[in-house]
Write a protein that binds this ligand. Structure first.
Ligand code: HEM
Ligand code: HEM
Length: 175
């Protein structure tokens, strides 16, 4: 197996980054919803700390993936089955990256505008608090999560539809 991507195949680095990000998101999304359903107390504080640490890890991972994409070829999508298919697949991938960035950045800004100090890439950051903006970024955090869930469902359905109706095993490309 190649370590790096070629124009036809994903390499080991891309595959690892894809599956580690997916695994973290499959835990992080339910964790976020569970967290807000809890009453205030030590369990909620502990889980919020875990949520923030996992969220920051996902943020660094997506930046790493995008940097990796700039300096490495992305395998071409397979032969198209219907018009606009490649456009839709690319749109799904771009929107997945955009929503993950939107969720993580809005999470960070919500906490910063609520007056909390934050360490990002070894830099301690604190800004003037502004609870209205804190609320706004929290709304963005929640809405982006619903959009991400929709995009992940479409992403997985596309893989299933390709296998069932077009006998095209896309999953093989990512394993
Ligand atoms: C949280 C969940 C997931 C996210 C955020 C995600 C995100 C992505 C992104 C952004 C790409 C494009 C990679 C690139 O830049 O070229 C991609 C490709 C791919 N993903 Fe996922 N993915 C997730 C889960 C899954 C799952 C569960 C499957 C399997 C059913 C899957 C199968 C694939 C395949 C087969 C490709 C390659 C598509 C192709 O090149 O034709 N992904 N994924
Ligand atoms: C991709 C990464 C992330 C995902 C999928 C995610 C997901 C979620 C979800 C689903 C909720 C529940 C929203 C609701 O229904 O009210 C939530 C809440 C929250 N998230 Fe995230 N989040 C992520 C990253 C972050 C980051 C990076 C931070 C901060 C640095 C953060 C801070 C918070 C906070 C403070 C809450 C509210 C907790 C509370 O009110 O007790 N999240 N998140």
């Amino acid at each position: 197996m190649h370590i790096r991507n070629t124009l036809t195949e994903y390499g080991l680095i891309s595959k690892l980054l894809h599956w580690i990000s997916a695994l973290l998101l499959f835990v992080q999304i339910p964790l976020g919803f569970y967290l807000v359903s809890l009453d205030f107390g030590t369990e909620r504080i502990t889980l919020e700390n875990i949520h923030v640490t996992a969220g920051l890890s996902i943020f660094y991972l997506v930046i790493l993936r995008l940097l990796y994409k700039i300096f490495n070829p992305t395998p071409k999508l397979g032969p198209r089955v219907f018009t606009g298919q490649i456009f839709l697949a690319k749109l799904n991938h771009v929107l997945l990256y955009v929503t993950i960035l939107s969720i993580t950045i809005s999470g960070i800004l919500k906490k910063l505008f609520n007056g909390e100090t934050f360490t990002i890439v070894y830099q301690k950051i604190q800004i003037q608090d502004n609870f209205e903006l804190g609320e706004l970024f929290y709304d963005i955090h929640v809405i982006s999560n619903y959009v991400l869930i929709g995009l992940i469902i479409i992403h997985i359905l596309a893989v299933i539809i390709h296998k069932l109706f077009f006998d095209d095993n896309l999953l093989k490309k990512m394993l």
